[in-house]
Design a protein around this ligand. Structure first.
Ligand SMILES: *Cc1c(COP(=O)(O)O)cnc(C)c1O
Length: 335
């Protein structure tokens, strides 16, 4: 089966499994797992932050960030479609009494500075206390420009807001811009990073920041049941991913572009826009998309909706198969 639903569907490779099997372990709740400690040290180093915390998922990383930056009655600003606000079950509100203030993403995946400025509340007892700005990079596969990050950070600082980056796919952004992730991280107090997306590890994310905030996050992690014991077997997969699966993201980006060019040349197909990283978004009537999904599934290609995501488990041969099937579908429908 060729699975285009998400880059979370990758399976650990034999080499990654071997690294997991050979991992040195200890009890990480006691701080004694050498492999987790090594992963946290590497993560802090490559992001140029003081400290890092291994967490079970990107959702947990974002939740711990919200809880560590904000108090009950505080507010965070995030995109209307942001993962933190939209797809994490309202954890900040449920567990922290933290109010979200959503703002629409523009077509570059940014929160427009003017929109941010307008929702920051004055210091007045009528209002929640605006505390934190959350950005997302990549946002639906779009890479935020360094100029934008710099201006957004300046704006946030001028209002004494902290900054958190949901960097689930930060490596896709860094590879696309051909720079180091620390260049992106410099604008943020905390960054959460997933190893289980394009980096193809089975489990694991990390939250990075200064010692104080990661200390608070560690307490929250324990409270929400995220203290894991011989977690080194998982951390080993993440270290393997950092060492072997970053540079190859260009292949996912290249295949996504090739697929986009193929689809754009077919009269039936249209895309929302030219993809920047490993995701493309089809613009097809619902009924056509449904028929396409059925057709593809009959030929062992799985899609969820109009978002198609490329990843480590999609080869060039798979790519050609997808393009062949889409071409055939085009010809049949228009025949
Ligand atoms: C996947 C994702 C996360 C975290 O997801 P988990 O499944 O909890 O690891 C956070 N933000 C974005 C933008 C994501 O795509």
């Amino acid at each position: 089966m060729i699975d285009l639903r998400s880059d979370t569907v990758t399976r650990p490779s034999p080499e990654m499994l071997e690294a997991m099997a050979n991992a040195e372990t200890g009890d990480d709740v006691y701080g004694e797992d050498p492999t987790v400690n090594r992963l946290e040290a590497i993560a802090a180093e490559i992001t140029e932050k003081e400290s890092a915390l291994f967490v079970s998922s990107g959702t947990q990383g974002n939740l711990l960030a919200l809880l560590s930056h904000c108090q009950r009655g505080d507010e965070y600003i995030a995109g209307q479609e942001a993962h933190t606000y939209r797809f994490e079950a309202g954890g900040g509100a449920v567990l922290g009494g933290i109010q979200p203030q959503p703002v629409p993403f523009n077509d570059r995946g940014e929160l427009a500075l003017e929109e941010i400025r307008q929702v920051i509340k004055p210091d007045d007892h009528h209002f929640a206390n605006t505390r934190l700005l959350c950005l997302e990079n990549t946002q639906s596969g779009k890479v935020l420009s360094m100029d934008y990050l710099k201006s957004a950070a300046e704006l946030a600082r001028s209002f004494n807001l902290d900054l958190h980056l949901d960097g689930a796919r930060i490596f896709n952004a860094a590879v696309k811009l051909n720079l180091n992730i620390k260049e992106i991280c410099q604008y943020f107090d905390t960054v959460s990073i997933c190893f289980s997306k394009g980096l193809a590890a089975p489990v694991g994310s990390v939250l990075v920041g200064d010692g104080d905030i990661i200390g608070r996050a560690r307490r929250w992690r324990k409270m929400v049941g995220g203290g894991m014991r011989q977690a080194g077997i998982l951390a080993a997969a993440c270290i393997y991913a950092l060492e072997h699966n970053i540079d190859r993201l260009v292949e996912d980006h290249r295949r996504t572009e090739t697929l986009a060019n193929c689809l754009n040349a077919l009269p039936l197909f249209a895309l929302e826009e030219q993809p920047q990283t490993n995701m493309l978004f089809l613009k097809l009537p619902d009924e056509v998309l449904k028929r396409l999904g059925t057709w593809l599934l009959e030929h062992d290609v799985c899609i969820a909706d109009s978002r198609w995501v490329l990843h480590r488990d999609i080869s060039d041969a798979d790519l050609y198969r997808i393009m062949e099937l889409c071409t055939e579908f085009n010809d049949r429908v228009l025949a």
